[in-house]
Design a protein around this ligand. Structure first.
Ligand code: FAD
Length: 502
């Protein structure tokens, strides 16, 4: 890694996509970076490890969608080949197969959202229900990911938004809510309408191929983070089992050190790259952060319980598609299951079937015993693929992730932090940080890490900012719609008093 800067010390807290992204780039620029991770290994929510019996497990399976250009560019730079080819997916309810998705980039390209509408194969949902989504296009155009748009839509629940725009009961229950449960990890009445519009646009609506997805051919920990961290360690220190508890601050409004139990790491700049729950814990143990309203207010944010299970069955069972999303089993929980014999190299020649089943907004499952969870998972799997009924579970792993993923609750936007804080040299990153890039989940976490690294670089004036790839521009008709709508809004503001709620 090159040496550009004068060895300025940067401490990065948290080794998920955001923290690793920031560390990697700053180390390349010659900064003296120390990455502190509370867990035993890097990866954060995407960590993977081996059980005592030598089986690979991870904190849920992670997809990499078509618009993840910054992550794909990193993978090219690292010269690794971790991914499957583009895969098709299916959706199940207790009634059976509901939807199959093609590989959208292989089909003739149509102006959005026509491709999504015409090429998605709905098995039961009547056309009239699908057509009831049309008025929602106005909200898609009106929500342009600006701060103003977030403030306009964030106080409304996603359910109210769909109701107000005339979405049918079946379309909401069988299509939109399942997407919210797997995309934002919460049912519609608990999701901000702004987050719902932003997430659906990024993953599905902006361009026809956006819903195409690849998966790692093993755990993300093994396939991506191991080689990446090896590269990072040639220029930075990555220290595991270091739980940060406080910041040391001087009278010039700068952080000068990061406290980690009995250790103090001196710092010229600090980047926080921890999730909401982790950040709330740091604030609770840090008098210096509690003094600031922006950090105190983080206690108004929440996170969501997730459950990741992996089951080994005694026989081969044919699963039509490698990745599957399910709804209607528990009213406020979405779940997905993955055929790991197809996705992961390690299980390709396994005599039995290996399935990962992950549950989002899994509150009611977390306190159950493992055996009980495994038997529920087998029952649910058998509802989708009846052959699972007779199969025997020969091994299993149950990973509970309480308060793990960011909750984009209605009204939460005003408490989420931007990358710049009220400290001169403390920056924020992670998938819940307010930015204008437009990406979500892993790609957003990685992008915010790069953005924080660039803020450090510009604050010291040393090093070259990393080039962050923007999301692909809106299609021409959406751009036009947005210009017309914005103009109409501005004229409206001019004529009408600011009297009503936004
Ligand atoms: C089951 C599941 C499935 C998912 N599926 C997908 C998917 O298919 N596609 C997708 O793109 N995204 C998916 N996500 C979301 C994705 O995992 C996250 O958006 C992303 O990993 C967030 O990265 P991050 O760097 O912001 O935070 P994290 O990964 O949460 O990393 C934060 C790190 O900070 C550390 N930390 C916390 N407190 C401290 C402290 N005090 N001191 C030091 N370190 C600390 C934590 O241990 C952790 O390693 C899924 C998440 C889950 C749980």
């Amino acid at each position: 890694m090159s040496q550009v800067s004068q060895g300025k010390r940067v401490v990065v807290v948290g080794a998920g996509w955001a923290g690793l992204g920031a560390t990697y780039h700053l180390a390349k620029q010659g900064y003296d970076v120390t990455l502190l991770e509370a867990g035993s290994y890097p990866g954060g929510l995407v960590a993977g490890w081996k059980t005592a019996a030598g089986r690979s497990v991870e904190a849920g399976i992670h997809g990499f969608w078509y618009p993840y250009s910054n992550i794909f560019s990193l993978i090219n730079e690292l010269g690794i080949n971790p991914f499957t080819t583009w895969t098709r997916s299916a959706q199940y309810s207790p009634a059976g197969l509901e939807v199959e998705s093609p590989i959208f980039q292989n089909l003739p390209q149509l102006p959005t959202p026509l491709g999504t509408f015409l090429y998605t194969q709905f098995k039961r949902l009547p056309l009239i229900d699908r057509l009831s989504a049309l008025p929602l296009l106005y909200a898609v155009i009106d929500f342009d990911n600006s701060d103003e748009a977030w403030r306009r839509y964030d106080f409304v629940t996603a359910r109210e938004l769909f109701k107000d725009f005339g979405v049918s009961f079946r379309l909401y229950r069988e299509s939109f809510e399942p997407m919210l449960l797997v995309g934002l990890f919460a049912p519609g009445e608990q999701c901000s309408a702004a987050a719902a519009l932003g997430m659906l646009y990024y993953f599905i609506l902006a361009h026809q191929p956006d819903f195409d997805v690849v998966w790692c051919r093993g755990t993300v920990g093994e396939k991506i983070f191991r080689p990446w961290v090896e590269r990072i360690e040639t220029g930075a220190k990555v220290l595991a089992n270091r739980r940060v508890t406080d910041l040391i601050v001087d009278s010039d409004n700068r952080a000068t050190g990061v406290v980690c139990g009995d250790e103090v790491f001196d710092a010229d700049a600090v980047i926080f790259a921890v999730g909401i729950t982790g950040m709330k814990k740091i604030v609770s143990s840090s008098p210096n952060l509690q003094k600031r309203q922006e950090f105190r207010n983080l206690n108004n944010l929440g996170a969501i319980d997730v459950l990741a299970t992996r089951l080994w069955f005694d026989r081969k069972i044919h699963i039509k598609r490698p990745s599957n999303a399910c709804f209607g089993f528990d009213t406020t929980t979405g779940w997905t299951f993955f055929d790991l014999n197809t996705l992961h190299d390690e299980y390709r020649h396994e005599p039995g079937t290996v399935v990962e089943a992950d549950f989002y907004h899994a509150n009611q499952f977390l306190s159950l015993e493992n055996e009980e969870i495994v038997s529920i998972v087998q029952r649910y799997l058998a509802t989708c693929v009846p052959e699972f009924r007779e199969a025997k579970v020969i091994d299993s792993s149950v990973i509970r992730l309480p308060q793990a993923v960011s909750h984009f609750a209605p009204g939460s936007y005003r408490y989420m932090l931007p990358a710049k804080t009220s400290f001169k040299n403390v920056f924020m990153s992670g998938d819940w940080i307010v930015n204008r890039h437009g990406s979500w989940s892993q790609e957003k976490a990685y992008v915010t890490g790069l953005e924080a690294a660039n803020l450090v670089i510009s604050s010291f004036g040393e090093g070259t900012p990393v080039k962050i790839l923007p999301v692909q521009p809106d299609e021409a008709h959406i751009q036009l719609g947005r210009v017309v709508n914005k103009t109409a809004r501005q004229i409206g503001k001019f004529i009408l008093p600011q009297f009503w709620l936004p």
